[in-house]
Design a protein around this ligand. Structure first.
Ligand code: NAD
Ligand code: DAU
Length: 342
């Protein structure tokens, strides 16, 4: 089974490559990634000499780059490549539209021309917008994205649907909730809070901190994707979630408790504009039809993730220095400036 994994040097893509090479002896993986600030080949150091693994640097929005890769007899494309951070999309949405929308169109079109058997578009629960105190998103929930990131992912989902309907392509869209685990870039809530706590830096909690996310360990997400790759029905959308809703403040307090740090490190800061109050996913279809179930309880996964960041100080220091650090600081300075003017 030859797979083209786009965005394989990022957080979920690299976890998926580790997973699939371990679980499937017949898997051959081409990791196609242009290595933005979020792409890191260190995530794949352990598999880099595996003969079943190849890395190709390329941009999903560039037709020539994509066509070169698809010439190599790929059976399935799994599109993880994206700009993924909501805060960045609020500061400048152009890269989000280019990669997430145009890039998906380029990949779909090239896959159509090369007659790729299966195309999986890795999407997000954020396309559904925000929930009140009750209810869960189902696959039938209307799309109501609130951030430029979510809007770009929703646009890509609609292109995926259109390619399936118009060209009878075997396209599947997956919509997962918030992931956490090893190799996540420390701009997202959990790794940011872990690293700040380890260094006794303030932990910036947006607004009242009572925003809720349904946290799923990245390994459970990877297992769900493997299941969908092998048994998913063409043309379907699958929600992926683990029914482990937690308020942000609760998560941040748990991190501080595990690390035996003071709650005084918590600093309430200005809220994210159009901040989605709550996400919750109904993943019954995936559970009932394909028999997938999440396996990792949040408290256990969080403790393991904290241990991973503590024991991978080289990875952390490479990610937190040089160009990464520059990028990160620039983004937070700009965020503060932009929010002042909103
Ligand atoms: P990430 O930001 O960690 O990694 C994204 C990867 O895509 C990076 O390696 C980057 O270099 C690559 N990339 C970006 N633009 C590219 C381009 N034009 N061409 C080729 N490669 C490019 O992202 P992630 O958190 O691993 O998310 C992966 C996918 O899963 C995304 O599509 C995201 O929308 C989706 N998703 C993420 C979450 C989450 O909680 N992180 C939840 C649900 C869905
Ligand atoms: O739901 C899936 C989505 O989850 C993915 O599609 C996105 O790619 C991914 O980034 C994530 O989006 P969120 O916006 O939910 O994740 P983030 O880690 O940025 O924020 C999680 C919550 O924590 C959110 O309510 C905002 C809050 N937050 C975040 C940061 C970075 C803070 O309070 N302080 C922070 O410093």
């Amino acid at each position: 089974m030859k797979l083209l994994i786009t965005g394989g040097a990022g957080f979920i893509g690299s976890n998926f490559i580790h997973h699939i090479l371990k679980e499937r002896r017949d898997a051959q993986v081409v990791n196609f990634d242009c290595l933005t600030y979020a792409g890191n080949l260190e995530n794949l150091a352990e598999v880099s000499s595996d003969p079943r693994y190849t890395f190709v640097r390329g941009d999903i929005a560039c037709v020539q780059d994509v066509e070169k890769c698809l010439n190599q007899g790929v059976e399935a494309v799994i599109n993880f490549a994206a700009e993924t951070h909501v805060d960045r999309s609020i500061l400048d949405s152009s890269a989000f539209v280019r990669t997430n929308v145009q890039g998906t169109q380029v990949l779909l079109e090239a896959s159509r021309q090369k007659k790729v058997s299966t195309f999986i578009q890795v999407s997000t629960d954020e396309v559904y917008g925000s929930l009140g105190e009750r209810g869960e998103f189902t696959e039938e929930s209307p799309l109501a994205p609130n951030s430029p990131y979510a809007a770009s992912k929703a646009a890509a989902d609609l292109l995926a649907r259109a390619y399936c309907k118009t060209f009878n392509m075997d396209v599947i869209v997956t919509r997962c909730s918030n992931n956490y685990g090893p190799y996540q870039f420390p701009e997202k809530l959990i790794p940011l809070m872990i690293l700040n706590a380890l260094e006794d830096k303030p932990l910036p909690v947006y607004g009242d901190g009572l925003y809720t996310r349904d946290w799923i360990h990245v390994k459970d997400h990877c297992r769900a994707l493997e299941c969908i790759l092998t048994e998913g029905h063409p043309g379907r959308i699958y929600n992926i979630g683990s029914n482990q809703e937690r308020q942000n403040l609760e998560v941040v307090r748990q991190i501080l408790e595990i690390l035996r740090k003071s709650p005084d490190l918590i600093q309430f800061v200005k809220d994210r504009p159009a901040h989605d109050r709550r996400y919750a996913i109904d993943a019954t279809v995936l559970q009932r039809e394909l028999g997938w179930k999440p396996q990792i309880p949040f408290e256990e996964g969080l403790a393991d993730t904290i241990r991973w960041y503590e024991s991978n100080s080289d990875w952390v220091s490479h990610v937190c220095t040089g160009t990464y650090q520059e990028y990160y600081h620039r983004m937070y300075e700009t965020r503060d400036e932009t929010l002042k003017n909103l």
